[in-house]
Design a protein around this ligand. Structure first.
Ligand SMILES: Cc1ncc(COP(=O)(O)O)c(C=O)c1O
Length: 375
């Protein structure tokens, strides 16, 4: 019996014990949605679409009311077809998730064994690490000088136990991006056994032609996964729809552990309608084109340090001077009914992340911060 595996005796514990690593995961702290004493605060803390959702998507959602008793199509066939056509992708290489969050989780689950690692940037989006730690994986973080992913720093973290490199492009909470050329260099530096995940939650908001969403790279490779979401551009965060384009072999593995009905009926219908609502998408992008630079420029004018953003939010740095700190600014804004996101949990205690809002929202934020800085 030389191949007997001796398992640790967890049964001897006095109560059910989570597997190692689970209790080391810091509980997720969501952005605030309420302020005491303020009836309807303005939430600029979750990078939601401030225009709401596409009217076509709302109508499609409502049309589901008579089929609530029916299980969803586990292949999301309608949505699969719509995305395949829109982006010219092979339908069988698409995988859908309850938000793109679920897809990161599934990739970790399918590819990480205890002791393997993932590599991400220093300010990497929180969901990658949660899934990796739940698989008893190690999370390696590469410095992001100037709040930007650095290809060489990422490659320096990769070793023989690296299974996945996660890059949000643009990043959250930084809002910065790396060019298509840099992404291709990163890919070229990875062994074929390492999966490169390009998380494009904010990809539609980038207007630099040097940016590439990674779809073309993924088309011809065996180890690139591109993820997208309906939560931002399409304003469907509540419905939880994400998708990924990946090599067939990876899709096959992920689909085997995916729960069959992870995308509900109204979500599938609304996502198809949203994808076809060019007018709503154009209005969202126009809002960003007008107000993102304005917000950044105004914040800079107050003596703050906005990080150049390509997403639908701006990360802004505050001084450490007592009375002028990021935490105090967040509290000040809250008293005016404006909720923004503290990002100390990302190792950025001197910054706040502010979703770009409608004109009135942006003006209210700038006015409040002007008063705060005057003190
Ligand atoms: C970088 C990044 N990736 C993924 C997501 C998750 O999006 P979803 O709503 O599709 O789970 C977010 C959400 O904020 C994000 O900021």
């Amino acid at each position: 019996m030389s191949d007997t595996i001796i398992l640790p005796d967890r049964g001897a514990a006095a109560r059910p014990t989570p597997k190692p690593g689970v209790l080391d995961i810091a509980p997720y702290v969501p952005g605030k949605a309420k302020v005491e004493g303020v009836a309807e605060p303005l939430k600029l803390s979750a990078n939601e679409n401030v225009l709401g959702a596409s009217p076509l998507a709302k109508a499609a959602y409502a049309s589901a009311v008579d089929s609530l008793h029916v299980y969803p199509d586990g292949r999301a066939s309608g949505l699969r077809e719509a995305i395949a056509q829109r982006f010219r992708l092979a339908p069988e290489r698409l995988v859908f998730g309850c938000g793109s969050d679920e897809i990161f989780q599934l990739l970790n689950q399918a590819f990480l064994e205890p002791g393997d690692n993932i590599v991400q940037g220093q300010y990497g989006f929180g969901a990658y690490a949660i899934g990796a730690r739940a698989c008893q994986g190690e999370v390696r973080t590469a410095p992001e000088p100037g709040y930007r992913i650095d290809v060489d720093e990422i490659l320096a973290q990769v070793d023989a136990r690296t299974r996945i490199v996660f890059i949000a492009n643009p990043g959250n909470p930084t809002g910065t991006y790396v060019t298509g050329e840099a992404v291709r260099r990163l890919h070229a530096g990875l062994a074929p056994s390492v999966i490169l995940v390009l998380d494009g939650a904010y990809a539609e908001f980038v207007d630099d032609p040097a940016f590439e969403d990674g779809v073309d790279l993924a088309r011809d490779s065996e180890n690139v996964v591109v993820t997208r979401t309906f939560s931002k551009l399409h304003g469907l965060a509540a419905l939880r729809v994400g998708w990924a384009y990946m090599p067939a072999a990876i899709a096959d593995a992920v689909d085997r552990i995916r729960l069959p009905f992870n995308l509900n009926v109204p979500a599938q219908l609304a996502a198809v309608a949203a994808l076809g609502d060019d007018d709503f998408q154009a209005r969202t992008l126009a809002l960003m084109a007008q107000w993102r630079p304005w917000l950044a420029q105004q914040l800079g004018g107050l003596g703050l340090e906005p990080v150049p953003s390509a997403a639908n939010f701006v990360l802004v740095g505050f001084p450490r001077t007592p009375g002028r700190t990021a935490a105090e600014a967040a509290a000040f804004l809250e008293r005016r009914g404006l909720i923004v996101r503290g990002v100390a949990g990302y190792g950025l205690p001197d910054h706040l992340r502010i979703t770009v809002g409608l004109e009135a929202h942006n003006r209210a934020v700038v006015e409040a911060l002007a008063d705060f800085m005057k003190g």
